[in-house]
Write a protein that binds this ligand. Structure first.
Ligand SMILES: O=P(O)(O)OC[C@H]1O[C@H](OP(=O)(O)OP(=O)(O)O)[C@H](O)[C@@H]1O
Ligand SMILES: O=c1cc[nH]c(=O)[nH]1
Ligand SMILES: [Mg+2]
Length: 217
């Protein structure tokens, strides 16, 4: 897996990440969702550099200009719930992208620390030959993405897979690198050192889905 860790360079992304992490600022859910969305826009811009482009002539009112434009057929597929604001950020830039939505959540059995990942809703077009962009802000143990990959198989084989995430743990990234095809790209805004016993990234941001859309039962 090719890892693009955007935190290796200082940029305005630092500000957005600091605000989704900040225990006070993150409580403003509209600001939280908007920050995840614009992190998606920044990651999408970086991802766009890896797409294929071909020479096209653009006619202006005063002449013509040769330009390289991408015709790649993208499918942006987000993992509910937390993936949605990231999805919107990417859709803001990739106007012609198709869209897929997967429900995957970590079901803790009682107060046991371990959990299973439940994937049951998967609405997507065929993926065969297209560029699949999987979005989920948190890459913790990697088991959500591992289960999503299995569910994807019924929708055809994409030409390439790009995973777009906000914060990942080293452990989750290693797991995903093991189960996804080698030509998979990971676009991530920050890598944190550890996971706690309930599978939350530390220092992380907390529960991304709850911060974006409120606590679930
Ligand atoms: O890498 P993993 O250990 O699988 O954890 C990551 C998953 O956990 C969170 O989802 P959650 O189950 O909290 O659902 P939510 O997005 O609806 O809050 C997060 O949004 C990822 O989908
Ligand atoms: O830190 C984490 C890990 C998984 N899911 C989240 O929302 N946050
Ligand atoms: Mg959650």
């Amino acid at each position: 897996m090719i890892i693009h860790n955007l935190s290796e360079q200082n940029s305005v992304l630092n500000q957005f990440i600091s605000e989704v992490r900040d225990v006070h600022i993150q409580k403003d859910t509209m600001r939280f969702r908007r920050n995840i969305e614009r992190i998606g826009e920044v990651l999408g811009y970086e991802l766009s550099k890896s797409l294929s482009y071909n020479a096209t002539t653009v006619e202006t009112p005063l002449g013509s200009k040769p330009m390289n434009l991408s015709k790649d057929q993208l499918v942006i597929c987000s993992i509910l719930r937390a993936g949605l604001p990231l999805h919107q950020g990417l859709l803001n830039y990739f106007d012609t992208a198709e869209n897929g939505f997967i429900s995957a959540f970590r079901k803790h059995e009682g107060d046991a620390d371990d959990f299973k990942v439940i994937v049951n809703y998967f609405a997507a077009p065929t993926l065969t030959g297209k560029i699949l962009i999987l979005t989920d802000p948190m890459l913790a143990t990697g088991s959500t993405l591992e289960n999503v990959l299995l569910a994807l198989k019924e929708h055809g084989t994409p030409a390439a897979i790009h995973i777009v995430s906000v914060i990942g743990s080293r452990q989750g990234i290693d797991k995903v690198a093991n189960v996804f095809p080698d030509n998979t790209h990971l676009w991530i805004a920050a890598i944190d050192p550890e996971l706690n016993t309930r599978g939350y990234i530390v220092p992380g941001i907390g529960d991304a889905g709850d911060l974006a859309y409120g606590q679930k039962l």
